[in-house]
Design a protein around this ligand. Sequence first.
Ligand code: BGC
Length: 533
Amino acid sequence: MVLTPKFSAHFYFQVMKDNGFPIPDDEIMLYGEFPQGFLWSTATAAYQIEGGWRADGKGLSIWDKFAHTPLKVFEDDNGDIACDSYNKIDEDVAVLKQLRVNHYRFSISWTRVLPDGTTNYINEAGFSYYDRLVNALLAENIQPHITLYHWDLPQALQNVGGWENETTVERFKDYADLVFSRLGDRVKLWITINEPYNVAMVGHGYGVAAPGISFRPGTLPYIVGHNLIKAHAEAWHLYNDKYRAKQNGMVSITINSDWSEPRNPYKQEDIDAARRVIQFYIGWFAHPIFNGDYSETMKTIIRERSLAAGLSKSRLPEFTPEEIKRIKGTYDYFGFNHYTTVLAYPLNYGNLQHYDGDRGAGTVVDRTWLDSGSGWLKVTPFGLRRILNFIKKEYGNPTIIITENGVSERGPIDLKDYHRSYFYEKYINQVLKAHLLDNVDVRGYTAWSLMDNLEWATGFAERFGLFYVNRSDPNVPRVAKESVSLYSTIINCNGFPDPASGPHDCLKPGPEGNQRCSDSSSGGKNKPDTMIN
Ligand code: BGC
């Protein structure tokens, strides 16, 4: 008779081997610095913060429509006023200064500059807002990092099919052309599309984000994803051919993904399921752009499941050989958003023609992982280092800029957001490990978010901000949470100085702490777990 050890047997063996519960290597704090010129940033998106939904000729976007449809957004919240950033350039720049970031990532509302989505009519008043914002940032030595598309498609384009319609690729290219031509003299960092996975799956598969479509989940997300990839590639080529020589900036796409571990690391089918989760998440978009074409995993599984269901071809559209070539390599860095980790196991959905069935995996979380204000977000710092290493290995060691990472809370307002300081310290320390110990070429880190804002379909209830926004005060003031001091200290020290080689001026709060930490002798030593201040 063959006895197969259960997971508990492995666990008990480990306890005996360790003679207790030592701090896992993963969680031990590493002291050291990030490379010179590291990009420190924080992010927002137009619909989540701007308000001014009808101001000065702005057109309507799919998010204006979605949020004004009853029951789509929690408490029927909407972005009509949001954080009123459209009227608060000075206030926003002031809090960025307080954070000491050297970059600020924000997005442009397509319909603020092109009300019907096309270049037939350019709304100069809308452009003036971004012009003034860019100038105000540069005056404070904060570099703008602009996202062209953070989910707010012009409703006029949705009316003719939106991202399902290939002509949207052309419209996006025209829009990108206009924005590069107007702001590219001063803006050197660009993101074409934020999180194509969410646009495709959440907006067109699960239907819980605009445009809220869920009735062809087996095909529509793949068609939308296909056009998003083409739109990105066209915008990149346009910049490359027309603007790069003069403007000398960097253009990429921001891809999001959870990290995925096998539920039982000793079971091959769980290991395979975890790999599928990753290939269907980050790989869906990264593979065509960084390696060329969809991954074999996606192509094979979707084709076989489509044919088995009696369809004449795969539900995943095919790129022509010319398209594969045109898309491959359309990046100047890897823009990456990351929040959490899941545990995967195989799950057979039978004949269900849906992304979930194609992926063939279920996911759970470890109940010991800390919670956040968002059901989907568990605090799992180790996953960030692992997925950074995955990107390095899988996509040819690209330069990576982390374009979002952060944590939420819900419930009563509490400016003592100890959980956020903990989150940032632990996750950023994992980025440092990826840089110093694993040689991952990571050049920047962006905290999501500068301030509490409209968290899409969950409204204002989930708050990701470093700053609290008091929306019941007519001045909509921004108020620092305690994590502002933690994050600005990490920025000021460009990492985590070793207390043993201190005292470090960079750790002092306020103007005294203006001197950056440059004690390189502290680089790379492991020490027990601490908060840095
Ligand atoms: C998005 C942000 C969002 C954040 C937290 C990302 O998916 O880009 O707009 O607020 O995650 O959910």
